[in-house]
Design a binder for this molecule. Structure first.
Ligand code: 5GP
Ligand code: ZN
Length: 116
């Protein structure tokens, strides 16, 4: 059994505030939100990051991305949102189970990155 924290959430061993679930995907609120709405969508099948995906992941990732708008609208994000996928050391990924953050709220978000 994987000790990966998001695999444990998928198995129901760690509780989450679930938004959506089907046989391939799970969406739940981030425990430490960075915006008024902050949830993430994950493939249930473990893959560490976008650096590890291959063609076998394409169907589930296509399904995931095509669902984001509907899930975002369901959380009140009718005027847009931002998706973030942190990858690896440079992307400052913390949890090594691929996840797509969806953040938004009533106000415009800040800049995508701060210019150096
Ligand atoms: P990363 O930096 O890897 O892109 O983001 C990991 C995210 O997972 C963080 O925003 C963090 O707040 C969230 N997170 C970490 N542990 C848990 C948990 O046990 N439950 C939930 N719902 N979110 C978590
Ligand atoms: Zn995992």
């Amino acid at each position: 059994m994987s000790e990966c924290i998001f695999c444990r959430i998928v198995r129901g061993e760690i509780p989450c505030r679930k938004i959506y679930e089907d046989e391939d995907l799970l969406a739940f609120h981030d425990i430490n939100p960075l915006a008024p709405v902050h949830f993430m969508v994950i493939p249930k099948r473990h893959v560490a990051s976008l650096a590890e995906t291959d063609a076998s992941h394409a169907p589930v990732l296509g399904k995931l991305f095509s669902l984001l708008g509907e899930l975002a609208r369901g959380q009140g994000l009718a005027d847009g949102f931002r998706t973030i996928v942190n990858t690896g050391r440079v992307g400052q990924q913390e949890v090594y189970h691929l996840h797509v953050h969806v953040v938004g709220g009533p106000d415009r978000l800040g800049p995508m990155l701060t210019r150096k």
